[in-house]
Design a protein around this ligand. Structure first.
Ligand code: ZN
Length: 243
């Protein structure tokens, strides 16, 4: 397995997911990895679970996935997130609920590990600064960890005891053999880094490169659907801003 597609934080946004998976299928990645949060916020939770299953990814459970199948209490979610989780629970089938329930918290293989939030707190911790990243680097002994949850594309590198922030660039990121990496592909369905386009990544394990990718999709389509389903308007508005 050399080229893998990495997606995360889809959040029930079907047009964004379709755009990303179509692009990954065209670029012939061998496997898809999904860092969780297939549902929550967006109006197509069931269709997103089905579309993801068709792509047959290696997938871990996100906090919204866990809440939608009653494996996590709602208390820590914002009021609008809680509202959509309740709506999601009522709008997914038994089969889809079981799929979300059975997702593991951590996936590990020879050269990588994958979680939703962090190694220390797979469902709840955000790796959003160098200090939290440093603590998490000490918890895995693979060259690469994939994570999501923050909806911010990029990650962190640990080299000779020093941890630095990685921002996505147009040029592929070259992975140094002596370093360890935490890589976030960004959010497919609700980016929060100021770029409204759907985010994902392609990791070339053979050539040791990470390609951070963005792709446009029909944001108006999801904004209209959010209103038609009676979900909070701000969940559509934030998609136009990428915040
Ligand atoms: Zn998320």
């Amino acid at each position: 397995m050399s080229q893998i597609g990495v997606v995360s934080d889809i959040h029930g946004n079907l047009p964004a997911l379709e755009a990303v998976l179509n692009s990954l299928e065209k670029s012939r990645v061998e496997r898809i990895f999904c860092c969780g949060d297939i549902v929550g916020y967006g109006p197509w939770p069931g269709l997103c679970v089905r579309r993801i299953r068709e792509a047959n990814p290696l997938c871990v459970q996100g906090n919204h996935d866990a809440a939608a199948c009653a494996r996590l209490p709602f208390d820590h979610f914002t009021p609008s997130a809680q509202l959509v989780i309740k709506w999601t629970t009522a709008h997914i089938s038994n089969k889809e609920t079981i799929y979300l329930k059975e997702l593991p918290a951590i996936h590990t293989e020879d050269n990588l590990v994958m979680v939703h939030g962090s190694l220390r707190g797979p469902l709840w911790e955000y790796i959003s600064d160098r200090w939290v990243a440093t603590e998490n680097f000490s918890l895995f002994n693979r060259p690469l960890a994939l994570f999501g949850h923050s909806h911010i594309q990029g990650g962190f590198v640990s080299l000779e005891g020093k941890v630095d922030l990685l921002r996505p660039t147009k040029e592929p990121l070259k992975l140094a053999p002596e370093a360890k990496y935490l890589i976030n592909p960004g959010s497919v369905g609700q980016p929060r880094d100021g770029d409204p386009r759907a985010a994902y990544a392609v990791v070339d394990l053979l050539n040791r490169e990470v390609h951070f990718k963005r792709i446009s999709y029909d944001i108006n389509m999801i904004k209209k659907r959010i209103l038609r389903e009676g979900l909070p308007r701000d969940l559509g508005d934030r998609l136009s801003l990428g915040r």
